[in-house]
Design a protein around this ligand. Structure first.
Ligand SMILES: *Cc1c(COP(=O)(O)O)cnc(C)c1O
Length: 388
């Protein structure tokens, strides 16, 4: 039985049947069950920040699993404490506190529950945003295709257009518990808000006593060339949610609460069995240490500029946008699926979050040679799709 047939026989049909079956990876190269190699420019959707089989992650995880694999949250473990301390220091607020969980949806669920502890219930989020698939996170998500089959969702949540300060100011009032926004909307097609938008959210929330939550699940952990995707606006949110890149491929999420927000939860309010698991936390520590040691945030910024300069010249490309190595390439025509499929044939993995947008989110330790190879194959694929 082929992998495709087996997949359809045994896997819940929540995704389209995958066309390839990946069995191994090293750095940015993954190999399928036929031995064909691919350049991975999606990185497990912005997750494998250090690529595949990075020695630092292998070492940390192997050491940890042979020492102590799991403890309940009745007990502490040095890895979780060390990782929390690192995240507090990156958040730049000594009073910040970290709650560990296992995914982006769970990190946003934690933020949702935290906001209830303000005594208020109203939430404002943005149209098109993606915050996860559990009922709470889906209620925050602003995409009707994902929401409609599961109505009714949580009440008291209003969605306003992303990037529109006036609409946000009209929607937020004294009864608002929290505003949740992605610094760059990833799943919606790498949508970058106007300069000053994130800062204006800070002042709108301050005026109304609402928590400002930045969902950095996709834009965190160096992805944008900064530790968190909002930092270029020099503001501090009340809550930062993380997942994807944090575990470098292991399931790990976190909610960082800052300032007064860090005092809202009390013992018994929230929890999860695997949150802060020693193995996942060891991977998180290895990720942060390696990103710093190899200066990979600066590299993300450098390659952003290179990609923008070169890809903006490709015929048929309307715009290239994003920050660091979270990049959206928009075509003049809705040809993203065709380009994605042709790139896969040529041995490059990307995805198409919409009909006219290709997203790339390669590992931050991508090499110059790999960037050049991507630009070459991408340009060829676009030319072939447009002539064919
Ligand atoms: C992927 C993503 C999520 C959901 O994360 P899961 O780990 O799939 O639950 C939430 N928010 C953003 C911005 C994301 O990109």
């Amino acid at each position: 039985m082929s992998a495709k047939v087996q997949w359809e026989k045994f896997m819940a049909p929540t995704y389209g049947t995958p066309s390839i079956n990946l069995v191994s990876g090293k750095g940015l190269v993954v190999t399928d069950d036929q031995g064909k190699k691919y350049l991975d420019f999606l990185g497990g959707i912005a997750t494998n920040v250090l690529g595949h089989a990075h020695p630092a992650i292998i070492r940390a995880v192997s050491n940890q699993i042979s020492t102590l694999g799991h403890v309940s949250n009745f007990f502490s473990h040095p890895n979780a404490i060390a990782l929390a301390s690192e995240l507090v220091s990156l958040a730049g607020d000594k009073s910040a506190k970290v709650f560990f969980c296992n995914s982006g949806a769970e990190a946003n669920e934690a933020a949702l529950k935290l906001s209830r502890k303000t005594g208020k219930k109203k939430i404002v989020a943005t149209t098109g945003a993606f915050h996860g698939r559990t009922i709470g996170a889906l209620s925050l998500t602003g995409q009707s295709s994902k929401r409609t089959p599961f109505l009714p969702l949580l009440g008291n949540i209003k969605h306003v257009p992303f990037g529109n300060t006036k609409a946000m100011a009209r929607a937020v009032n004294r009864k608002t518990a929290m505003v949740i926004v992605e610094p760059i909307m990833g799943e919606a097609g790498v949508i970058v808000p106007p300069i000053g938008y994130l800062k204006s959210l800070r002042s709108i929330c301050d005026k109304n006593g609402a928590l400002l939550v930045f969902d950095c699940v996709q834009t965190g952990i160096g992805r944008t060339g900064q530790w968190f995707g909002f930092e270029h606006e020099m503001i501090k949110p009340d809550v930062i949610t993380l997942a994807k890149g944090l575990g470098g491929g292991l399931p790990m999420g976190a909610m960082i609460s800052l300032g007064n927000a860090s005092q809202l939860f009390s013992p018994g309010d929230h929890g999860t069995t695997f949150g802060g698991n020693p193995i996942a936390a060891s991977a998180g520590l290895a990720v942060l240490k390696t990103l710093k040691k190899e200066k990979l945030l600066a590299r993300a910024k450098r390659f952003e500029l290179l990609l923008k300069k070169r890809i903006s010249k490709v015929k048929g490309v309307k715009e290239i946008r994003g920050q660091g190595l979270l990049i959206g390439i928009e075509f003049e025509e809705p040809k993203a699926n065709a380009v994605r499929d042709l790139l896969l044939k040529k041995g490059v993995i990307v995805n198409a979050p919409s009909e006219s947008v290709i997203r790339i989110a390669p590992a931050l330790n991508v090499t110059q040679v790999q960037i050049e190879k991507f630009i070459k194959l991408f340009s060829e694929a676009v030319a072939e799709v447009h002539s064919g």
